[in-house]
Design a protein around this ligand. Sequence first.
Ligand SMILES: O=C(O)CCC(=O)C(=O)O
Ligand SMILES: [Fe+2]
Length: 208
Amino acid sequence: MTDGNADLTDLIGESRLPGFDTRTDVVSRVEEIGLIERIDATDPEPFRFQGWLGKRLTTSYGIGYDFDAARLELAEPMPDWLMPVRVRAAKFTGLDPKDLTQALLIRYDPGAGIGWHRDRPYYEHVIGISLGAPATLRLRRRVAKGFDRLNMPLAPRSIYHLSGEARHVWEHSIAAMDDTRWSITFRSLSSSGLAALRRTSPTIPVQR
Ligand SMILES: O=C(O)CCC(=O)C(=O)O
Ligand SMILES: [Fe+2]
């Protein structure tokens, strides 16, 4: 697998990457249209990173991460329309919905993608729902001679969960899109995230 590209579409039921789980059709086609309209109606803003504006557009609820100040901050509570989606994300992972403290809405217009990264250590579980154009989640892990690489298809209306090795060891990225894709990502806070947030916000609101 080193320095090659393995595609996991041929695997039924079992992921070769510990900590990566996915399922198709967690959202119907009608729901997908409604969710896309809702995301667009939030007027997502260009992702800001150290004075630089990214091409993907984002809206955060519950918790935000200020990349310029490198810290967590409280954001607007999640709107009602997102709550049943959060329940579905929680069911898929076995987590309690109220532990999914953050919702991140992203719109990737043509030309927008996301570069290689691991999510901030302030977060623990990462659960993503894909809408619109299909994409590929690229994963890589450094090894002695280069990288191990895997490609995971992100079908529209599917969900994925990154935890354990897939979340903490592997980096992920999405190549610049040709057509628009929207995603809804829910994250739980790690113990360092909870501690960091308590330093700035002694009472952390819990959304049930
Ligand atoms: O759009 C996605 O599914 C991935 C987003 C992502 O990796 C991130 O925001 O950290
Ligand atoms: Fe990520």
